[in-house]
Structure formats: structure tokens, C-alpha cells
Write a protein that binds this ligand. Structure first.
Ligand SMILES: [Zn+2]
Length: 299
């Protein structure tokens, strides 16, 4: 996805460095246990894993960054620069804010943006301490999306520069989807420990993918917060093919194969490659109204 070069972003929802909030035992969405296999980490970028973050994960006070700075004033040109993750997240947040504010208002629902925190290696959150190994996640008590910059660097190695830009925005859009689920009460439908292709965990994940697809289609149609032109151009066919490829890459069945074990559908927490591609496309083609994974007979 490409930002209009002359777009200016004025959102203040993105901050960088540090963390906030006390370490607690609340459940985080999208995080998981500590793992070292990068492919498994990549799976968590879109994952809900209700094991939650380990509240006791060790944080080295020497390397814990202090405080955080708000990011403002990026341009579309900067957001398109593969090296400038910070501005890309600000641009994405600007677009998602406009899209979801309009969508929620149209449905008569109250809405407030989540905040977005970029961190390096480790962070303290209202859901406990997190390190890079957890992958990006949404913490409901904070109403905050946490994104690790070293993780994005790993993802860039896997998807390439342009694919990396899109995959990063997909991550943000998916986590923003969990915020929408939280705001609408749908996140409460997830039952801890419930896994499998038709489970509540998978339905939650697929809905977040669907919301990401709805945003991808709607972003270029939504005026900026201040009524200006949309900040994103319409995705090209090639860009959508890349997004679908990213969805395929993080399917549970594929990740199980890659890790050398057999495919075990009963262990799925995120959905198969086919499920994830299907629901991303459902959102892209049908919009938010096509994202009711809870009442679908089969997902
Ligand atoms: Zn997720």
C-alpha cells in the first residue's frame, strides 16, 4: 500500500520508546509464550494466544528505555520509505483512525482510537512485561498496540522491502482489529484454551484479519481526519497479492509443517493459511459487515 507523497499526518496516537503501566496479570491479545524460532514469532504477529504475557518476564533495567516520545509531523513520502517504520506506523494510524471513526459512527457506536507504542527489545505494559520474543500484540487494559522494531526488521528480511511495508501495515491493521473487538465486546467471546479450526480463538483471529482487509479496501475511500484527501492510494493487484501471501505465510497449518511436526488442526489458534486468506479477502471485498466470524456456521 502506498501513501500519497504529499500527505501530512497529525495523529498523536503513535509513540516510540519505553512503555508504561504497572506489570500485571491481565491477558494480552496477540502475544504468546517465549519462543525462539523466528517463523513461530512471525505467526504471532497476527496471533491471539491467550496464554498471555508472562508477568514475571525479566526486564533488564539497564536497557529499559525511559519514557516515550510522541511521533508527529511525518509526510506520506517518509511513510513510504522502507527504512522509516515510525512514519509508516504514524501514517497507518492516521488512516485507520479516520476509517474506524467513520465506520463506528455510521453504526451508531462510540469509539476512541487505541494508542500505538513502538518499542525496542522490551517494554512494560498493563498486561505485564514483554520482550521481542512475544511479537506485536494488543493489550486491552491499556487500549494500546505494542510493536517491536527488531521484530519488524526480521519480518523485512522475510518479505523484502516492499512486501515488508505492506506486512507492517497488515500487522497494525490486524492489531487495530483486536481493539475494535475489545470496543464492541466481541473479544469477550474468546474462551481461554479453546483451540481448533472452528474455535473462538480462531474466529477472533480471522475477524481481525477480516477487519484488516476491510481497512485495506476502505482506506483509499476515507477522507483524512480533517476532511482532506485519503492518505493512502488504492492498493494495486500486486499489493493485494502480497498481502494474501503474508496471510498464507502465517497460517497455522503451514507453520506446523515448517516446524517439522505434522499438521494438527486441533492445535490451531490463528487459523489455516486458507482460512486467513479467505477472511482477509472477505473483508476486502465485503467490508466490515462481512466480518461476523462468530455467527458463521463455518469459518
Ligand atoms: Zn491477532
Amino acid at each position: 500500500m502506498t501513501f500519497r507523497g504529499d500527505a501530512n499526518f497529525d495523529t498523536t496516537t503513535v509513540s516510540k520508546g519505553g512503555g508504561r503501566g504497572p506489570s500485571g496479570g491481565a491477558i494480552a491479545v496477540g502475544g504468546g509464550g517465549i519462543v525462539t524460532v523466528i517463523l513461530v514469532i512471525v505467526s504471532m504477529i497476527f496471533g491471539v494466544d491467550l496464554t498471555g504475557l508472562a508477568p514475571s518476564a525479566p526486564i533488564d533495567p539497564q536497557s529499559q528505555s525511559q519514557g516515550s516520545e510522541e511521533v508527529t509531523g511525518c509526510t506520506g513520502e517518509q511513510a513510504n520509505d522502507p527504512a522509516n517504520v515510525t512514519c509508516r506506523m504514524e501514517g497507518g494510524a492516521d488512516s485507520m483512525s479516520a476509517f474506524w471513526t467513520a465506520t463506528m459512527q455510521a453504526n451508531g457506536l462510540e469509539y476512541a482510537d487505541p494508542s500505538v507504542q513502538l518499542f525496542d527489545r522490551q517494554v512494560e505494559t498493563g498486561c505485564g512485561a514483554a520482550t521481542s520474543a512475544v511479537g506485536p500484540f494488543y493489550c486491552p487494559p491499556d487500549q494500546r498496540i505494542y510493536l517491536d522494531e527488531t521484530f519488524f526488521a526480521q519480518m523485512r528480511d522475510q518479505f523484502g522491502a516492499e512486501g515488508g511495508n505492506l506486512a507492517e501495515l497488515y500487522v497494525l491493521a490486524h492489531e487495530w482489529g483486536h481493539h475494535i473487538q475489545s470496543a464492541t465486546g466481541q473479544l469477550d467471546r474468546v474462551q481461554q484454551g479453546d483451540t481448533g479450526p472452528q474455535s473462538s480463538a480462531v474466529r477472533s483471529e480471522l475477524q481481525a484479519d477480516c477487519y484488516a482487509g476491510a481497512w485495506m479496501a476502505g482506506a483509499s475511500q476515507t477522507a483524512d481526519d480533517d476532511g482532506g484527501a485519503p492518505v493512502l492510494e488504492q492498493p494495486t493487484e500486486e499489493q493485494m497479492a502480497r498481502a494474501l501471501d503474508a496471510a498464507r505465510t502465517i497460517g497455522d497449518d503451514r507453520l506446523q509443517e515448517m516446524s517439522g511436526g505434522g499438521v494438527n488442526p486441533e492445535g490451531w489458534t490463528h487459523g489455516s493459511s486458507e482460512q486467513r486468506q479467505t477472511w482477509l479477502l472477505n473483508g476486502y471485498n465485503g467490508g466490515v459487515g462481512a466480518c461476523d466470524t462468530w455467527n458463521a456456521a463455518e469459518v
